[in-house]
Design a protein around this ligand. Structure first.
Ligand code: V47
Ligand code: SF4
Length: 384
């Protein structure tokens, strides 16, 4: 029981805490779900120490001090994109493709071959939506990766990339997803979700798949036996209500399918994009958001802080605010955030560095695979 366990009951009752916050603490104590209204109250009234204590309690109950990471690398096939999201610093229009990159099949397979013999467990494939890279091309890529290294988990393509390639192939979402699964796709990353609410989506990324379409693709993947992640791009023009609406729609789908592995809030970075005039959120706001996500998303076991976007120090701080996953070693294979101004210009961490980040805040590092099966619990210092 949170209030009892943390010995906070008396402190909370004697403080001038809003009675609605006290009621929320009671709900957390009793493992009851918060309403959308209560979620908004947490954003409006919950100060950092309060939401942090509740979130930390939940994370401890779920994971008992364990913090997960994996060993992975990314393939970004291209940054040429038919869409024009205003927050994106990474993409180039087709007519300016000479400023961007377009990898061929062999170049992508060379990236995979580079990791032969290394203990990586996952390849994460994500990029812009190139008008000429079609479903057949990506099916071929997936099956060639599977042929080369069957044990490497193939996680790929945001719902935005999937919707476009499947529509161009004139297939239904079900047919297209089945085809990709047959070719070797095993799970979906969480990108492209941004903010589902049309009042925000129509301003920041009007021309790509809408919220309902994003959710339909993930539901279809879950029904086909694949798992996926979910993201939320926060800290720009959205209001607290939009965040809660977004998280609530994910929570509903998770109730229905149970197919989400984790929730990943993504902090908006304002470097070199059409929303550069918007100030980035403060670290206090970042930590409050992670904590509230941990409290509100009661049916998501895992909450991930993606360190290349947050920076490793803030990511480490989130571990005391409900986060139990730091993603992976990455090995300098992604450009999405360095191009948007993140501190991590060449994101790469060794297993030793990841474990040190975790043990320094009193947690237990655990290497996981994509589906959160435990590979190794690091109870002692790591060498290399
Ligand atoms: O959908 C783009 C975001 C996402 C910016 O599933 C930006 O394990 C902040 O989803 N500021 C793609 N964010 C990356 C993604 C992801 C990353 C790591 C792990 C996983 C996973 C998924 O990147 C996009 C968008 O929301 N993004 N530009 C920016 N300026
Ligand atoms: Fe294209 Fe993705 Fe950038 Fe949007 S966020 S412009 S879909 S690469």
């Amino acid at each position: 029981m949170i209030v009892k366990d943390l010995n906070l009951a008396t402190v909370l009752k004697q403080s001038n805490l809003d009675s609605r916050l006290l009621a929320i603490a009671d709900k957390v104590q009793n493992q009851e779900r918060l309403t959308e209204e209560e979620g908004v109250i947490l954003f409006e009234k919950g100060e950092l120490g309060f939401v942090g204590a509740l979130a930390n309690h939940i994370a401890t109950r779920l994971h008992n001090g364990k913090v997960y990471f994996n060993r992975n690398f990314h393939i970004e096939p291209t940054n040429v994109c038919v869409f024009t999201c205003n927050f994106c610093s990474y993409s180039r229009q087709y007519k300016h493709r000479d400023d961007g990159w377009e990898l061929g099949m062999e170049e992508m397979l060379d990236i995979v071959r580079k990791y032969d013999g290394q203990p990586v467990t996952e390849v994460h494939i994500v990029g812009g939506v190139h008008p000429k890279m079609n479903l057949e091309f990506f099916c071929e890529l997936l099956s060639k990766i599977r042929e080369h290294n069957p044990g490497l988990h193939r996680k790929g393509f945001t719902a935005v990339e999937l919707e476009y390639m499947i529509r161009k192939a004139k297939l239904t979402i079900e047919e297209g997803m089945q085809k990709l699964k047959d070719a070797g796709l095993q799970s979906l990353p969480g990108g492209g979700a941004e903010i589902f609410h049309p009042d925000v989506r129509n301003v920041i990324c009007a021309d790509k798949v809408d919220g309902t379409g994003w959710l339909h693709i993930h539901e279809t993947a879950h029904n086909l036996g694949m798992h996926s992640n979910a993201t939320m791009l926060y800290g720009h023009i959205e209001k607290y209500e939009h965040r809660i609406d977004h998280m609530s729609r994910l929570r509903q789908l998770q109730d229905k399918t149970g197919g989400f592995n984790c929730f990943i809030p993504l902090k908006f970075r304002n470097g070199d994009n059409d929303m550069s005039h918007i100030k980035e959120s403060t670290i206090v706001e970042d930590l409050r958001l992670y904590a509230i996500a941990r409290i509100f998303m009661d049916n998501f076991r895992n909450l991930k802080a993606y360190w290349p976007m947050l920076g490793r120090q803030t990511a480490q701080l989130t571990l005391s605010f409900g986060v139990n996953d730091l993603d992976g070693t990455i090995d300098d294979t992604t450009k999405i955030y360095s191009m948007a101004g993140a501190e991590e210009q060449k994101p790469s961490l060794s297993t030793e560095e990841l474990c040190d980040m975790i043990t320094a805040v009193g947690r237990i590092p655990v290497e996981r695979d994509t589906l959160y099966n435990e590979i190794k619990v690091y109870t002692e210092a790591v060498a290399g």
